[in-house]
Design a protein around this ligand. Structure first.
Ligand code: GLA
Length: 388
């Protein structure tokens, strides 16, 4: 049975009828532009071949009922039920809060919604820095959008999903993940200006030039709710305030030294240095890809990792091991990706070196007593869509 058929079957089992449709939304890996999205900056993610799927059907009343296709240990589906007009931020915990949060945020945006039955499944690794939560939010947002004939743009839907995460779940993330899940195209990375919402599809033609991207999941769970993410957001706001600009995005890279000299706190200064220099790295990667020089992207990725490791301090020993070992085995570039403190790294490598890099990382993890990492070769996929 295909995953779609299994989901339809799960829906029939839980709700005693067939879903009206199935919607799918991918996770993402960010190529470069880390922790810039809450500074109004640039990002460059691509969609992964892993996604969240939402099977859904409207109801005649105002109830939302949602179940995960991943059954509990007893083999039962547990169903979370709520009245759509009684949803309140903070009242629900766990994965269901992302689903209920989207319904709450759609209603806040003025959408006229009735009730809905949902069964969700996902193969996006959880806690791996690959946006499993945004994938879940976006699959549900698109399902509700289509079922209730709303006419929101994909950008508006991304904002709705982000609001669900920020206000309903309570994590102060930026807009990158939801935009990537909804707007990415296969064979491309998505250049997004998070201030203006301008997007550009950047060709990522690696295969013809003998290159590939690896995602290495360290298996170290990051907790985005972790106060460290919020601490960094606060540091960046403080830096912008001291510099008298609306956001760190407003500091031109050529003025970086003058700007940094004005920041009194040493830690805040390093946070700002990461964000301002990362902006230039995104533009540099876009320029290289658009001029057909993808191999030269490698050193820019590695420079990004050093900045995240020493200035932004969001890496960890396992991620540093992946990057160091990948480079020592001939990778062109490597960096941690996503929210940090664990999760995944992205590696740019030539075909001839892929095996050496993969083996080298596995051996280094074993030698250090870390759990085995998961390394996969990825291609850039399409964003969210209705699949049945
Ligand atoms: C998480 C957040 C994003 C972004 C990244 C870091 O994935 O959800 O908004 O801030 O971390 O770049």
């Amino acid at each position: 049975m295909s995953p779609r058929q299994a989901l339809g079957e799960g829906f029939r089992h839980v709700f005693g009828r067939l879903p009206e449709g199935i919607w799918s939304a991918p996770g993402r890996v960010n190529l470069i532009g880390e922790f810039t999205d809450y500074n109004d900056g640039y990002v460059l993610p691509l969609a992964l071949p892993f996604s969240s799927m939402a099977s859904a059907a409207r109801r005649d009343d105002d109830l939302v009922r949602v179940a995960s296709a991943q059954r509990s240990e007893s083999g039962e589906f547990s169903v979370v039920e709520a009245a759509t007009d009684k949803l309140r931020p903070g009242a629900t915990m766990g994965w269901a809060s992302y689903v209920l949060g989207v319904i709450w945020a759609l209603r806040q945006a003025g959408a006229k919604l009735g009730g809905v039955d949902l069964v969700i499944d996902s193969d996006v690794p959880i806690g791996a820095g690959l946006s499993s939560s945004a994938a879940l939010e976006c699959s549900v947002a698109l399902a509700l959008h289509d079922l209730y004939g709303l006419s929101l743009s994909r950008q508006d839907l991304a904002l709705v999903a982000q609001r669900a995460e920020n206000e309903f779940v309570g994590v102060p993330t930026g807009i990158m993940d939801q935009t990537a899940s909804l707007l990415c195209r296969s064979g491309h990375a998505l250049f997004l200006d998070t201030r203006t919402f301008e997007v550009r599809q950047i060709p990522l033609d690696l295969k013809p030039v003998g290159l590939t991207l690896l995602v290495v999941n360290t298996g170290v769970k990051h907790a985005l709710g972790n106060s460290a993410y919020a601490d960094r957001v606060r540091d960046c706001r403080q830096a912008a305030k001291e510099l008298g600009v609306p956001a760190l995005r407003d500091v031109a890279p050529e003025n970086i030294d003058d700007a940094l000299a004005k920041i009194t706190d040493e830690v805040v200064r390093r946070r700002a240095r990461h964000v301002i220099s990362e902006q230039s790295r995104v533009l540099e990667v876009v320029r290289l890809l658009e001029s057909g020089r993808p191999a030269e992207v490698g050193p820019v990725l590695s420079a990004g990792h050093r900045s995240l490791r020493y200035d932004y301090e969001v890496s960890c020993a396992e991620l540093d091991t992946v990057v160091d070992v990948a480079l020592a085995n001939g990778a062109l570039g490597a960096r941690m990706t996503g929210g940090g403190f664990g999760g995944s790294a992205v590696v740019l490598v030539g075909f001839a070196k892929t095996e050496a890099v993969t083996m080298g990382i596995a051996e280094a993890f074993a030698a250090r007593g870390y759990s085995p990492p998961q390394t996969i070769e990825i291609v850039a996929c399409d964003g969210a869509s209705r699949v049945a």
